[in-house]
Design a protein around this ligand. Structure first.
Ligand SMILES: *[C@@H]1O[C@H](CO)[C@@H](O)[C@H](O)[C@H]1NC(C)=O
Ligand SMILES: *[C@@H]1O[C@H](CO)[C@@H](O)[C@H](O)[C@H]1NC(C)=O
Ligand SMILES: *[C@@H]1O[C@H](CO)[C@@H](O)[C@H](O)[C@H]1NC(C)=O
Ligand SMILES: *[C@@H]1O[C@H](CO)[C@@H](O)[C@H](O)[C@H]1NC(C)=O
Ligand SMILES: *[C@@H]1O[C@H](CO)[C@@H](O)[C@H](O)[C@H]1NC(C)=O
Length: 569
């Protein structure tokens, strides 16, 4: 009897301790100063890109149209009505030019995505498989491996085959699960002997929220308060299905990993001593990251999401919640379906509670009962939404660690854009951003967060969705006005190379010298670029002069010959 009580007491204390250890500390935020140190050996450094944003060749070699082709071809959807029809011409340039850039950067990995309609034009495998599309990705993967660069491959970076949108309503329709699963299995079959890191979905939050709630992204549906939840529900089930397919059919022979890549900003309570602010900030993160991560790691949507959407739906007179629910079987089927978690992160917001009346109509945004604020002192060099707040990265990663049982993490996107239309290769703000964010990542690893790799977003300037070419995330500048889309290194290329080479930030003296070194190289490239009109002018002249000189030589030779012959005579 006594031992029994003692054991219960012991278990109770143990649970309490575990709980205490697993709670995220909302009330403590001490960013501290810059930390000098290096990353664990074997840490992977890389850069990323995506198919639709870089490949171009939108209708070449048998590719079918995607929802993004259709969306961008409509006027009034994208900044300046720009399209990605040719973009960076990556379809023609990745194997030669871009892999050279990757080698120059000395990265360990390259994160790329496969365009579903390039290899299955209608999205339905039994209708048609496009061998030329398969060959394109096969060759790209082979070239990467020949150059000792690990491919990390995303299956879905937003370019759904247009036919599936038209026939079924895209992610609104449950039938996407089996079409996508067929596509994923085709990729495992064709490339899985060489690809060991698979990401099912990139940023499902944006797919759902911007594609089906606000309509700012393809397919441009404005199904406020309903469409995004439904799309997300189907995406989560699809992800789980694909993970199970891999586990059942491919894992034993291919020995790879299948994960998902989730994007989330960090939400910081405005007042760390206010319980209401803390709850609002947590809601912000749960509605962002937890929406997808909680089903995958804990089997269901976050409680707070179920409560809030459920309550608002009831107030709006609906019989059931606009947030769909998983059955018991589905919960256990979905739970645990990620071998690693991809985290994409760019920025932070301050959060306060703000109540919205249910009578304003259904909306994801008002379901959360919160307002987002920014500190005007935060640098915002690029996209309107992107403020540089490095400490938020460490906070988010610690939240992931405590909420989801310290999963294996790869950072799949982190970086900053610029909005300058003129060429600016000396991107000091990007060097500052990377330095700050990578340093906070290092601190997070020292906190015990299990991060094994980091990916800068992105290799090239590219088509930035509804922002067209106006926001540039690249380490390399791309001149989109020229037919062959030449690439030029920005200063951040040198800077990132030095971080990779040192595997972190070894000591103040060395780190201090990097900035100057990087700026020197960009000034030289800048001068070359400034001289560019001259070079093209000179090329033109050369074309005219060369034959002329050549003709002159013949003429002189002829005269000399005549002269000689005459003398001989
Ligand atoms: C884009 O297309 C719309 C609709 O045709 C037009 O009103 C608008 O002026 C266009 N914008 C530009 C920058 O060409
Ligand atoms: C893909 O590349 C591998 C390795 O070189 C080769 O064995 C395979 O036949 C290629 N498949 C296709 C469809 O080109
Ligand atoms: C899903 O697609 C099927 C077949 O086209 C259609 O009958 C059904 O109405 C669609 N469901 C939704 C929610 O759009
Ligand atoms: C994954 O596959 C292994 C080996 O076939 C199996 O033992 C395990 O139960 C599978 N996991 C799940 C969650 O189905
Ligand atoms: C929002 O509503 C809750 C519950 O009715 C209330 O406790 C809280 O004070 C309200 N917050 C604000 C900022 O009005």
């Amino acid at each position: 009897m006594k031992t029994y009580v003692l054991r219960v007491w012991y278990v109770h204390v143990l649970v309490l301790c575990l709980n205490a250890a697993e709670d995220f500390q909302w009330t403590k935020n001490n960013p501290g100063s810059f930390y000098y140190g290096t990353f664990p050996t074997g840490f992977l450094w890389g850069v990323g890109s995506s198919a639709f944003q870089t490949e171009g060749a939108w209708d070449k070699d048998g590719k079918g149209p995607s929802i993004w082709d259709t969306f961008t071809h409509k006027k009034g959807k994208v900044f300046m009505n720009e399209t990605a029809d040719s973009s960076c011409e990556g379809y023609y340039k990745v194997k030669q030019d871009d892999i050279q850039l990757l080698k120059e950067l000395k990265v360990n990995h390259y994160l790329l995505s496969i365009s579903w309609p390039r290899i299955i034009p209608t999205g339905i495998k039994k209708e048609q498989v496009n061998e030329k599309g398969i060959k394109f990705y096969n060759d790209t993967i082979n070239s990467l491996l020949e150059n000792k660069i690990i491919p990390i491959v995303t299956l879905y970076h937003w370019d759904l085959p247009q036919v599936l949108q038209e026939k079924y309503g895209g992610w609104q329709n449950i039938s996407m699960i089996s079409y996508f699963n067929d596509y994923a299995n085709l990729c495992f079959e064709k490339f899985g002997d060489r690809v060991k890191y698979w990401i099912t979905f990139n940023n499902p939050w944006a797919i759902a929220e911007e594609g089906y709630e606000t309509g700012e992204h393809a397919p441009g549906l404005k199904l406020s308060g309903v469409g995004a939840y439904k799309a997300a529900h189907h995406i989560i089930k699809t992800h789980a299905k694909v993970w199970h397919s891999y586990n059942k059919t491919w894992r034993s022979k291919q020995q790879g990993m299948v994960g998902i890549s989730l994007t989330s900003a960090w939400g910081e309570p405005v007042d760390l001593t206010s319980q209401k602010d803390i709850e609002a900030a947590e809601r912000y993160v749960q509605f962002y990251l937890g929406w997808f991560a909680n089903p995958i790691y804990s089997g269901d949507y976050p409680e707070v999401m179920k409560n809030y959407v459920g309550r608002k739906s009831a107030q709006q007179g609906l019989g059931t919640s606009r947030l769909p629910s998983f059955s018991v079987q589905e919960k256990s089927y979905i739970k645990g379906t990620s071998d690693f978690l991809g985290i994409s992160h760019f920025t932070t917001r301050y959060i306060i509670e703000k109540n919205y009346s249910a009578f304003q109509g259904p909306s994801y945004h008002t379901d959360r009962d919160l307002a987002e604020l920014v500190d005007p002192k935060w640098p915002d060099p690029g996209s309107k939404w992107l403020y540089s707040v490095p400490w938020g990265f460490r906070r988010l990663l610690n939240f992931v660690k405590t909420q989801y049982g310290n999963p294996l993490i790869y950072i799949t996107e982190n970086g900053v854009s610029e909005k300058l239309q003129c060429i600016q290769l000396c991107d000091e703000w990007r060097m500052d951003y990377l330095k700050g964010y990578i340093n906070e990542l290092l601190k997070a690893i020292n906190d015990g967060v299990n991060v094994k790799g980091y990916t800068v977003w992105s290799l090239l300037d590219k088509f930035e969705w509804n922002k067209g070419y106006s926001e540039r995330f690249g380490l390399y500048h791309v001149d989109f006005k020229k037919g062959n889309k030449p690439r030029y290194p920005k200063a951040s290329v040198q800077y990132y190379k030095m971080i990779i080479n040192a595997n972190g930030f070894p000591n103040p003296r060395e780190v201090k010298s990097w900035h100057q070194k990087a700026i020197e190289t960009c000034s030289i490239t800048n001068q070359l670029l400034a001289a560019d009109p001259l070079t093209s002018h000179m090329e033109m002249v050369t074309e005219i002069v060369v034959p002329t000189v050549f003709t002159l030589c013949i003429l002189i030779s002829a005269i000399l010959l005549m002269f000689l012959l005459r003398k001989h005579n």
